[in-house]
Design a protein around this ligand. Structure first.
Ligand SMILES: Nc1ncnc2c1ncn2[C@@H]1O[C@H](COP(=O)(O)OP(=O)(O)OP(=O)(O)O)[C@@H](O)[C@H]1O
Length: 427
């Protein structure tokens, strides 16, 4: 019996979004669906490459199609966030912030970037911490950025991460502490706009601590997908965290969640856990604001020594790397959830099916012939969008992990990365 597109669409209602608890058809995540010669060609509004939730949903979709005797070919559409986006080739900007200095924000940003790259994602890391730009040291970059003919900076790479830092621009003896506000803004905007990032799945931004002008400039200039707020469990840090969360919310930037750092120290001598900076504070603030506690990262001297050596601990297979691996997974999943909730028009922190803005027939799915299929969540098809496709330079966006990427990721950069969604037909 021939399987119709409407039958397949109905069966895809069995695939539930694990973060939002609603099926993918009702959420409007299936933006195109057609069946051609026994192959189900399904386009998804997924935008968090290597997020395990999205990879698992891809597997579920293939199972459903296989039950109907179909092979599957998946592709993704990338929503355009904003027409004035200064970084059209960047799919997700993740801001890493903290209420105060010294809580491990740069450690978290560096390990997050290196961990995402380790999974196979194309990643950039922008060190926006003007007054303490430590990223190059922590990720082991000695080199300087290159320069294109038109004066754009070409970021050096380490651990598969393209890095741009304030440190590159202030090596000639400038004391960044004496820079005035407007100068800081100008430098930050140059660091954002005049860089050959190529195509990135994630750009991690290490913000300066606090909630001052520099943070605002970054949040207002960049299309931030969401922010990770880093804190220690102690009260002073937590008070500052509250101000940080409010700053993001006031600027319509989703808070991805809280990363509590230096949570406890596991003493190798006595075997006990010591809560040097108190305990439970990150969870408390996460509950108060209704956002996830992304991870609790214990105090561990190896984290510091690896950072001092310029070797992010997440890239080493040790006990100390585990919380960062878990953080990478929860951040990618949360970016995905926030993006998918935006497609559906619902609140990612309180997903209510009654709030769904997208009709279930979204994306032409009501059209049996499947001809009306080019619409994406914002009315543009990523594949057809000249802002998303990139020129030959895009090949420089490839990291050392390129061989792990999906097979549909065109070498000329015309297709958005499917980020771990194994696109091979498994019928
Ligand atoms: N979980 C941890 N266990 C042990 N040491 C840590 C941990 N997290 C961070 N550190 C160490 O703490 C110090 C401060 O970390 P980091 O520079 O990341 O903080 P920060 O919040 O970015 O500071 P600032 O913004 O003031 O520069 C570093 O030496 C770092 O290696």
């Amino acid at each position: 019996m021939t399987v119709t597109e409407s039958r397949l669409r109905e069966r895809l209602r069995d695939v539930e979004d694990p973060a939002l608890g609603i099926d993918i058809v009702s959420l409007g995540l299936v933006t195109d669906l057609r069946i051609d010669d026994g192959v189900a060609e399904i386009t998804l509004a997924f935008n968090a490459p290597y997020a395990t939730d999205e990879m698992e949903m891809g597997d579920r979709i293939r199972e459903v199609a296989a039950d109907l005797g179909l092979e599957t070919r998946l592709s993704v559409t990338v929503p355009q966030r904003d027409s004035a986006n200064p970084l059209p080739g960047v799919r997700n900007v993740i801001a890493v912030s903290s209420g105060k200095g010294g809580v491990g924000k740069t450690t978290v940003a560096t390990n997050l970037a290196a961990g995402l790259a380790d999974e196979g994602a194309r990643v950039g890391l922008l060190d926006g911490d003007i007054y303490g730009p430590n990223v190059p040291k922590m990720i082991g970059i000695d080199g300087e950025p290159g320069m294109t003919d038109d004066g754009s900076l070409v970021p050096p790479e380490a651990y598969g991460v393209k890095v741009i830092s304030m440190a590159f621009l202030t090596r000639d003896g400038d004391d960044p502490a004496v820079l005035r506000g407007p100068m800081v803004d100008k430098i930050l905007i140059r660091l954002i706009e005049d860089v050959e990032w190529g195509r990135l799945d994630y750009l991690v931004v290490d913000l300066p601590p606090g909630t001052g002008d520099a943070q605002l400039t970054l949040v207002q200039t960049l299309p931030v997908a969401g922010s990770v707020v880093v804190t220690t469990p102690e009260d002073v840090a937590l008070d500052d965290v509250r101000k940080g969360i409010e700053m993001f919310r006031n600027h319509d930037t989703p808070v991805l969640g809280i990363a509590e750092n230096m949570s406890a120290y596991h003493c190798p001598d006595c075997g006990g856990e010591h809560a040097l900076f108190g305990s439970g504070g990150g969870r408390e603030v996460a509950e108060t604001y209704g956002v996830p506690l992304l991870e609790e990262i214990p105090m561990n001297p190896e984290i510091r020594t690896r950072s001092d050596d310029g070797a992010p601990v997440v890239c080493w297979d040790t006990d100390a790397s585990e919380p960062f691996e878990a953080l990478v997974e929860s951040v990618a999943n949360r970016v995905g959830a926030v993006n998918r909730a935006a497609v559906a028009g619902i609140d990612p922190d309180d997903p209510d099916p009654d709030d769904l803005s997208t009709p279930a027939s979204y994306g032409g799915l009501e059209n049996e012939a499947g001809t009306d299929s080019t619409t994406d969540p914002d009315g543009t098809s990523a594949e057809a969008d000249p802002d998303i496709s990139v020129d030959g330079d895009a090949s420089s966006a490839e990291t050392t992990n390129a061989d792990e990427r999906d097979t549909e990721d065109d070498s000329d950069g015309a297709e958005p990365s499917l980020g771990g969604l194994d696109v091979s037909d498994r019928g």
